[in-house]
Design a protein. Structure first.
Length: 412
């Protein structure tokens, strides 16, 4: 499928880095939190960028926007990252025009996720766009594109089984525990951070492991207390983090802090522990893995699952791609109609003027051309012209043809 899209799309780019070429430690240097996102939006005008949004998840950091060159977007992003533009460029990717559009559709559908069909990306996309829009950095093209992507994603979820089954990062973490810890019931579990992944992890611990000896710690204790009450678990203040790290057997970290919240020094000489770090950037010091009493697993290792559910999901990829193609075609139709709108409005105005000037004497004669009939004929002509513009992409050639068709239809 090669949909026709306007020339202006040549300035639409996505620049990104993801799990395919960059490991967690590298991706962590390009992770963007909300404060950094706002800083980027404030700096954007100085980089000659006025329309953009950023997706930053455990799988990827991507900046979408309009620019003369992709390096403008990369440089803008890297003003707020510890990783530099040279590393980003060497391990990342840039897509332009229709390729950038297709990429966003694939991302929104979960086809480009580390775990195929992971539907959490849609919520992350909505939040990313919402913030950009609140700062007036979402032009009508980006807004329409995102709405089309979300519509396509919803259709894929409803019409295929691409996202059916309990396969997600949070579920994979619980599966890892089940496969590697023989008796979970007597283990003390600590969950640090209860954002979306943390919340889902807590629910999966309860639903699939039947775990009850679970303590939740969050920067906002109120949120931890609320979730703990809902699931029948315990919570603690963040000031008690060190003592709970020391006493826990299994620790799941989903805090997404800028710096590690668990250090190697906190774990030296302590009891044997399994630590699963679901954060990007990593929130457990990497050298903690050197300790003999510590098994440290990061999100990349957790995501390498290959079970029956994933195999079934792979069979749904052709159906998902077919839905995406149809939605891209509808989006391209909107782009073309938007580009041709001035010409169509001009033609419609001219036809209305012709009717008013040359056929006004017929207004009172219902057998000839009453006003309602004339308006209907005008719209019919406009629809025909719009169709020709779409298929042949020559808007200027139909001006006189439209007038002639209208004259013939009215006089007939």
């Amino acid at each position: 499928m090669n949909p026709k899209l306007p020339d202006e799309l040549s300035k639409f780019f996505v620049a990104g880095i993801n799990y395919k070429k960059a490991e967690t430690t590298i991706r962590g240097t390009f992770a963007i939190n909300n404060d950094q996102y706002v800083n980027i939006l404030n700096l954007a005008p100085f980089h000659n960028v006025d329309s953009l949004f950023i997706i930053s998840t455990c799988n990827r950091t991507e900046i979408y926007g309009f620019a003369d060159h992709a390096c403008q977007l990369v440089d803008l992003l890297c003003t707020q990252t510890t990783g530099n533009a040279a590393v980003f460029t060497s391990l990342g990717y840039v897509k332009n025009g229709i390729d950038a559009v297709k990429h966003l559709f694939n991302v929104g559908a979960g086809l480009d996720s580390q775990i195929l069909g992971d539907y959490e990306i849609t919520g992350q996309l909505k939040q990313a766009v919402k913030l950009a829009k609140s700062y007036n950095f979402l032009n009508c093209f980006l807004e329409r594109l995102v709405n089309s992507v979300l519509q396509s994603s919803k259709q894929i979820r409803n019409e295929t089984t691409l996202s059916v089954g309990t396969v997600s990062v949070s579920y994979a973490a619980v599966e890892y525990i089940k496969e590697n810890i023989k008796t979970c019931a007597d283990k003390k579990i600590l969950v640090i951070g209860i954002g979306k992944i943390g919340r889902n992890t807590c629910k999966n611990l309860v639903d699939y492991l039947g775990a009850k000896n679970v303590t939740l710690i969050n920067r906002s204790e109120e949120k931890a207390a609320e979730l703990a009450a809902e699931l029948g678990l315990q919570h603690a203040n963040i000031s008690q983090l060190a003592e709970h790290v020391e006493s826990s057997d299994i620790i799941l970290v989903a805090s997404n802090a800028a710096e590690p919240v668990i250090l190697k020094s906190q774990l030296e000489g302590k009891s044997k522990k399994l630590i699963i770090d679901l954060s990007i950037p990593c929130n457990v010091e990497a050298n903690a893995a050197e300790l003999l009493n510590i098994t440290l697993v990061n999100i990349d290792a957790i995501s390498k699952i290959n079970d029956e559910t994933l195999q079934k999901r792979k069979l749904e990829i052709p159906k998902a791609k077919e839905i995406i193609d149809k939605n891209i075609e509808c989006f391209s139709d909107w782009c073309l109609m938007r580009r041709n709108a001035p010409a169509l409005n001009a033609i419609k105005s001219k036809l209305s003027y012709i009717y008013a000037q040359h056929f006004s004497e017929l207004k009172g004669d219902p057998n000839k051309c009453p006003v309602i009939a004339a308006e209907k004929k005008i719209q019919q002509v406009i629809n025909i012209v719009a169709g020709k513009m779409k298929s042949q992409n020559q808007p200027g050639c139909y001006y006189l043809e439209a007038i002639n068709e209208f004259m013939v239809s009215v006089e007939g």
